[in-house]
Design a protein around this ligand. Structure first.
Ligand code: HSE
Length: 437
C-alpha cells in the first residue's frame, strides 16, 4: 500500500522527537500501521536551526505550505499556543486533512469548534499528546474504559508543579527557590505562570472531563488554583499528618453536576498517586465497573510526547479509509449524545479541608474557632496545635475537616479571620481521600 503522507507544523522538542521516533522505529511502525508513515514536509521558524535534524526532509517557513499541500494526508500541529495554531488546524480540516495535535491549550479552548468542523468534513482530530505526554490516558478513557460510567478522575498532570512540590517536601525548600531550580533545569517555562498557577493542568483536565463524561470542553468553567502560595510549613505539617500535597486536576460526577477543579490537594501518603514524584504524571480514574485504575508515566519531553503523537498517527492511518461513522468519536461519546450536565460552581463543591491559622495562645481561642465551625455545620476530623516558635506569642493551629460544602468553609474562614485572637489569613488546602470504594 502506498505510504500515508504527514506534514509537520513545528520541529522543536516534540516535532524533533516525532521525527526521530518515526525514523528509528520505521519498520515496527509500518508493521503496525499497515503502511509506511512518511513525513514529507515540515514548517519551521528557523530554517538554519532545523537543517541538521531535518536532513533531506523539505522545510518551509510558511506553515500554510503544509496545510495546503495536496499531497499531505495528516497534519501534525506542534507549534502550540492559540493562534495561528487554530487557523492552521481549521484550514487543514477544511482541506480534508486529518489532524494530530499536542496542543492542550488549543483543544481545551477551541476543541468544540474544531471537532464540529472535523465531523462535518469527515476527518479525524487526534490529541493523545495533549494530556500527560506519553501516558495513553485518552486512549484508556475513550476506549479501554468504555463500558464504565466514570465516577471521578484525579490527575497529577503538570510535571513542573509536581517537581516543585516534590523538592519542597524532600529538601524542605521554599517555593521560590525550587521554581528557580526548575527553570534552570528547563522544566518550567521562562514565564512559568501556566505551570504553577494550575492553568496548564486545567487545560488537560478540561480535555479529560469531556471524554470521561461526554460533555463539551468547558475550560472557562474550570476552577483553577496553583501552588505559588504554598509554604514549606504546610508541606511539612501535611507530611506529619500522613498526607502529601499534590497539584491535582479533579473531575467528579456529583449529584447536581460535575466538579471541575485544579488545586493543591492533601492526599493520604499511602495512596500510590501520592508517591508520584519529580516531573512525572499520573491519572487515577474511578469507573463503576472496573474500580480504580492508575496510569503513570512521563508527562513531557521529546520522545515521551512523540510516543503519543506517533500512536495517534498510527490510529489515523489505520482508520483513514474507514467510514467516518465507524471511527471512535472525538469525545468518546457520539457527537449528538453530548450531555449538558452543568459544571458546578466552586461554592457547591464538596470536599474535606486542611485549615491552618495563627492564633494567640490564650484561653477560649480554640473554643471560638470550633464554635464557628460547628455553626457552619463543619465537622472536625483532626486538630493539632504547634508549640510557639522561640520568642513568638502566636501558635499555628491545624485543623482537618470532614467532607463539607465549600461555601460553608468560606463563610467559616471569613468569621475566623475576623476574630481578634487570630492573626492574618487562614491557609485553606482541600483534602481528598481518593479511596477506591
Ligand atoms: N509544562 C508542562 C508540564 C509540559 O510541566 O507538565 C507538558 O504539558
Amino acid at each position: 500500500m502506498k505510504p500515508i503522507n504527514v506534514g509537520l507544523l513545528g520541529l522543536g522538542t516534540v516535532g524533533g522527537g516525532t521525527l526521530t521516533v518515526l525514523r528509528r522505529n520505521a519498520e515496527e511502525i509500518t508493521r503496525r500501521a499497515g503502511r509506511e508513515i512518511r513525513v514529507v514536509r515540515a514548517a519551521v521558524r528557523d530554517l538554519e536551526k532545523a537543517k541538521a535534524l531535518a536532513g533531506d526532509l523539505p522545510l518551509t517557513i510558511n506553515p500554510f505550505d503544509v496545510v495546503d499541500d495536496p499531497e499531505i494526508d495528516i497534519v501534525v500541529e506542534l507549534i502550540g499556543g492559540l493562534e495561528p495554531a487554530r487557523e492552521l488546524v481549521l484550514q487543514a480540516i477544511h482541506n480534508g486533512k486529518h489532524v494530530v495535535t499536542a496542543n492542550k491549550h488549543l483543544v481545551a479552548k477551541y476543541g468544540n469548534e474544531i471537532f464540529a468542523a472535523a465531523q462535518a468534513k469527515g476527518v479525524m482530530v487526534a490529541f493523545e499528546a495533549a494530556v500527560a505526554g506519553g501516558i495513553p490516558i485518552i486512549k484508556a478513557l475513550r476506549e479501554g474504559l468504555t463500558a464504565n460510567r466514570i465516577e471521578w478522575l484525579a490527575g497529577i498532570i503538570n510535571g513542573t508543579s509536581n517537581f516543585i512540590l516534590t523538592e519542597m517536601r524532600d529538601k524542605g525548600a521554599a517555593f521560590a527557590d525550587v521554581l528557580k531550580q526548575a527553570q534552570a533545569l528547563g522544566y518550567a517555562e521562562a514565564d512559568p505562570t501556566f505551570d504553577i498557577e494550575g492553568i496548564d493542568a486545567a487545560h488537560k483536565l478540561t480535555i479529560l472531563s469531556a471524554i470521561a463524561f461526554g460533555i463539551p470542553m468547558q475550560f472557562d468553567k474550570a476552577y483553577t488554583e496553583g501552588i505559588s502560595k504554598l509554604t514549606r510549613e504546610d508541606v511539612q505539617y501535611a507530611e506529619e499528618l500522613g498526607y502529601r500535597i499534590k497539584l491535582l486536576g479533579i473531575a467528579r460526577r456529583a449529584e447536581a453536576g460535575i466538579e471541575l477543579r485544579v488545586h493543591p490537594t492533601l492526599i493520604p501518603e499511602r495512596r500510590l498517586i501520592a508517591n508520584v514524584d519529580g516531573a512525572m504524571n499520573a491519572v487515577l480514574v474511578k469507573g463503576d465497573a472496573v474500580g480504580s485504575t492508575l496510569y503513570y508515566g512521563a508527562g513531557a519531553g521529546a520522545e515521551p510526547t512523540a510516543s503519543a503523537v506517533v500512536a495517534d498517527l498510527v490510529d489515523v492511518t489505520r482508520l483513514h479509509t474507514a467510514d467516518p461513522h465507524h471511527r471512535v468519536p472525538h469525545l468518546a461519546f457520539q457527537p449528538d449524545q453530548l450531555s449538558d450536565t452543568p459544571i458546578l460552581p466552586m461554592d457547591e463543591v464538596r470536599t474535606a479541608y486542611y485549615l491552618r491559622l495563627r492564633a494567640f495562645d490564650r484561653p477560649g481561642v480554640l473554643a471560638d474557632i470550633t464554635r464557628i465551625l460547628a455553626d457552619s455545620n463543619i465537622s472536625i476530623d483532626a486538630m493539632v496545635q504547634k508549640e510557639p516558635a522561640e520568642g513568638e506569642v502566636q501558635v499555628n493551629i491545624i485543623l482537618l475537616t470532614h467532607i463539607t460544602v465549600e461555601k460553608n468553609v468560606n463563610a467559616a474562614i471569613a468569621k475566623i479571620e475576623a476574630l481578634d485572637t487570630v492573626a492574618g489569613k487562614v491557609m485553606r488546602i482541600r483534602l481528598e481521600e481518593l479511596a477506591s470504594k
